[in-house]
Design a protein around this ligand. Structure first.
Ligand code: SF4
Length: 543
């Protein structure tokens, strides 16, 4: 990655020149310092640190690393104290996620030092593995910020290994200690997708659980089952005996089939489903549906980075709709296809790239649906990127890169068309450039579509009380909408709520989190959708 180390005018430190000179007048192009390679000999003794997704994703990814023979530890969910550490050791003027993630890493390294390790031992025995990026927002600077923060905190030799999704093979060869085998890649695919689905369904089941805490308990044990399955199946198969291309191809296909559709993985998913199915739910609780989207990290966090927003919304009686990581990956693939099409005729290999990108998006969504079915068919569908792009197009160029690009605008218009939520909430970390652009467009959309209850929320390290107060005010309207919608549905069915409740009482399968009923919108509320279905079933069964 190359780029400037800090933004002139908003940094309190001059960017570092590659050789350690702080000579800003140097005309040579900035180059990120080379990290000494992570070698196979080190892999056995070194612990790979990573993290900053949800605890569910982190636990499953950790299991894949361990299954492939690495020592690995997921960092804890970043807290506000970590944010303050990040502010202390990183440049000024960065966006919130950079402070949270860098501070989380630095605090972990300091903890290791407090336990009695010298800085040299910490740098020798631990490496940080993170996704890297390049582009018009600050994401491309994270890697250099981590390095600088580690240096400032007294760990000058600490190594940050970045993984660029589109150059994985090359990165792999640069750090031969990290081998991107087929088993590793497919294990990560399973981990990300299963993590996504658990993340999604936890917010669809918990608001309706009859016994408080039952969903979290079931999720914990489902997560342990899946992690243990991933750990035991990620180890690469022994090297094949020499053979021709056909034999290699056969081996690859066998590995893909075993990793994605193997009986052991399906059984693990089935066991997780059974455990989750033990939670008893009451689908007739009227709750406003809050669609939360926005900047990736802030919208994914289940911690202080968004003021523990999801738990807060649930405590206030809402049902939250979250964005799984899958949607972001499908967006990246969609964007790559748009870029490829724009360059058609300028470069060779157009059709090959087009086909590969289409196939990748198709396979990802296909495997997501398969896993979602095995885990109870409650999770939402993967996002239709063509539709989101088409909706956003008149307001936000889908080719404008950075952050989540046109997604918030497209999702807001989708919410207007489908009437699938009572409150549309976008989270924007302080200092995020792409979200600032998106918020401008969303303000216009909110003006044109007054039926969309829209709340933009900026997440600072501070300001929690103010932000949550605004959420509470918006929720008052959302609750009223949900209640009115439900009452209208009950009137439409011609049944009383009591009658419907009695019917459900006598049909225990209707109290299962995996009971299937049409979830088409409108109405947006789960209770209203369920009441419509229950009334229809009562009619069919001559109740
Ligand atoms: S999208 Fe925003 S918050 Fe995320 S890295 Fe880019 S500038 Fe920072």
């Amino acid at each position: 990655m190359s780029g400037t180390a800090s933004t002139p005018g908003c940094s309190h430190r001059p960017p570092r020149a590659p050789s350690g000179r702080s000579d800003f007048a140097s005309k040579s192009h900035y180059r990120a310092p080379r990290t000494p390679p992570f070698t196979p000999e080190e892999a056995e003794k070194t612990t790979i640190l990573f993290g900053n997704l949800t605890p569910k994703h982190d636990a499953l990814i950790e299991a894949v690393f361990q299954g492939c023979g690495y020592n690995c530890r997921a960092l804890p969910t970043p807290t506000r104290a970590n944010y303050l550490t990040g502010v202390e050791f990183c440049n000024h003027g960065l966006c919130n996620p950079n402070y949270y993630t860098a501070g989380n890493l630095i605090d972990f390294l300091r903890k290791l030092a407090k336990e009695g390790r010298s800085p040299e031992e910490v740098s020798r025995d631990f490496v940080y593995f993170t996704i890297g990026g390049c582009g018009p927002c600050r994401f491309g600077m994270y890697e250099s910020e981590y390095r600088q923060a580690a240096e400032e905190a007294g760990f000058p030799d600490f190594r940050v290994l970045t993984f660029l999704a589109n150059t994985a093979i090359r990165e792999g060869s640069r750090h031969p200690g990290l081998r991107y085998t087929l088993e590793f890649g497919l294990g990560m695919l399973n981990a990300l997708i299963a993590g996504d689905i658990l993340f999604d369904i936890s917010y669809r089941i918990r608001p309706f659980e009859v016994q408080a805490g039952a969903t979290d308990e079931a999720l914990d044990s489902a997560l342990r089952q899946l992690a243990s399955a991933l750990r035991s199946r990620a180890r690469p198969a022994p090297p094949p005996s020499p053979g021709g291309r056909l034999r290699t191809l056969r081996r690859i296909l066998r590995t893909v089939a075993r990793q994605l559709r193997g009986a052991d993985w399906q059984e693990a998913l089935e066991q997780a489903r059974e455990r989750l199915g033990q939670v008893k739910v009451d689908w007739l609780r009227v709750k406003p549906v809050v669609r939360v989207t926005g900047e990736f990290y802030s919208a994914l966090s289940e911690g202080d980075a968004n003021y523990c927003l999801y738990r807060y919304l649930e405590r206030e009686g809402a049902e939250v709709r979250v964005d799984p990581i899958t949607n972001l990956i499908l967006y990246w693939l969609y964007e790559a296809r748009l870029n490829n099409r724009r360059r058609r005729g300028l470069r060779p290999g157009y059709w090959k790239k087009e086909a590969l990108l289409a196939l990748a998006a198709h396979l990802w969504a296909w495997h997501y649906r398969f896993t979602a079915r095995r885990l109870g068919e409650v999770a939402g569908e993967p996002e239709d990127q063509q539709r989101i792009g088409r909706l956003a197009q008149p307001y936000f160029d889908p080719l404008a890169r950075g952050g989540e690009g046109h997604l918030p605008a497209g999702r807001a218009l989708e919410a207007v068309e489908d009437r699938n939520c009572h409150l549309f909430l976008t989270v924007k970390p302080f200092g995020c450039m792409p979200s600032t652009q998106a918020d401008g467009v969303l303000a216009l959309l909110a003006g044109r579509h007054p039926e969309l209850l829209f709340l933009p929320l900026e997440t600072l390290g501070e300001g929690e009380v103010h932000a949550l107060n605004r959420v509470q005010m918006a929720l008052t309207d959302a609750r009223r909408q949900a209640r009115e919608e439900f009452e209208a549905v009950i009137r439409q069915t011609g049944r009383s709520l009591e009658e419907i409740r009695n019917f459900v009482q006598q049909h225990p399968e209707m109290q299962s989190p995996f009971y299937r009923f049409p979830r088409t919108t409108p109405p947006a509320g789960t209770a209203a959708q369920f009441a419509l279905h229950a009334a229809e079933r009562m009619r069919r069964e001559g109740w």
